[in-house]
Write a protein that binds this ligand. Structure first.
Ligand SMILES: [Ca+2]
Ligand SMILES: [Ca+2]
Length: 256
């Protein structure tokens, strides 16, 4: 046997060497624990979730919905070359808010339109258009004069008529219409007010406080993740009297 060729002192040295080797193995295990994470830890703790920011900005898409920018107006477009034909600051009838309103019609054989173009975000949960209106008319039979509220594409082609008001809707007070246009999410659209009157008994269509609002889908908020703290389970303490140990070199001849 190998050990019978080793004296007692050498045996003691070997035992010390084995103890040191055990200590070294323990230290290696502890060190590796500092850098090793279980697959579960890697899956849950060592990454920060990246969230794509939505392109939707909640709120109002119509500019100058109350027409208070007056003339010249940077927000609204009209079929009339003379914007003052439509935007009006006269006190009769009084605007719903502020000093300005839109006034379409008011004469016979009128064809006028007033519109604004906007980009509706893709990731909306709802899109809603609203406006306040009132109608004054000389018509006694109905309907002959009309106001169509249209959704149009970016080129001005009608896509949908949201509401049609006529001289039959005469009202001496401001009324509000609210309509859902959520189906146009992700599109560039125009909200257009188109008026036509016939050849007698003119009708006036007044508008104020036009609004188109979009509500956005909730965006997940990134949450900070805490790196898992490795737990060191193996500890090793060298004895106070530990000293360098030299392993014996055993030389054997072929005849031994
Ligand atoms: Ca106004
Ligand atoms: Ca008429």
């Amino acid at each position: 046997m190998f050990l019978k060729h080793i004296n007692r002192k050498s045996q003691h040295a070997i035992m010390q060497a084995l103890w040191i080797a055990g200590v070294l193995i323990g230290l290696m295990a502890a060190t590796s624990a500092l850098f090793y994470q279980t697959p579960a830890a890697r899956a849950t703790g060592d990454t920060t979730t990246s969230v794509l920011q939505a392109d939707c900005a909640p709120g109002e898409l119509i500019q100058d919905g109350g027409f208070e920018a007056g003339l010249p107006n940077p927000a609204w477009q009209t079929s009339s070359n003379v914007l003052s034909d439509i935007l009006d600051d006269s006190p009769v009838p009084p605007p719903r808010t502020g000093m300005w309103k839109a006034w379409l019609g008011g004469d016979n054989l009128i064809q006028q339109s007033l519109w604004q173009t906007m980009n509706v975000a893709t990731d909306t949960t709802s899109v809603e258009v609203s406006y306040w209106w009132r109608v004054d008319t000389f018509e006694t039979n109905h309907p002959f004069d009309t106001l169509e509220v249209q959704v149009r594409d970016a080129a001005g082609n009608p896509l949908e008529t949201l509401e049609t008001l006529t001289d039959g809707d005469e009202s001496s007070t401001w009324e509000q219409s609210t309509l859902d246009v959520s189906s146009y999410a992700g599109q560039t659209i125009q909200i257009a007010f188109v008026v036509e009157t016939d050849d007698t008994n003119p009708t006036s269509f007044f508008l104020d406080d036009v609004s188109l609002t979009q509500t956005c889908a909730a965006t997940p908020t990134p949450t900070a993740t805490v790196e898992p703290t490795p737990t060191v389970t193996a500890t090793a303490t060298l004895p106070a009297d530990a000293s360098p140990v030299y392993l014996p070199l055993i030389l054997r001849s072929n005849n031994d």
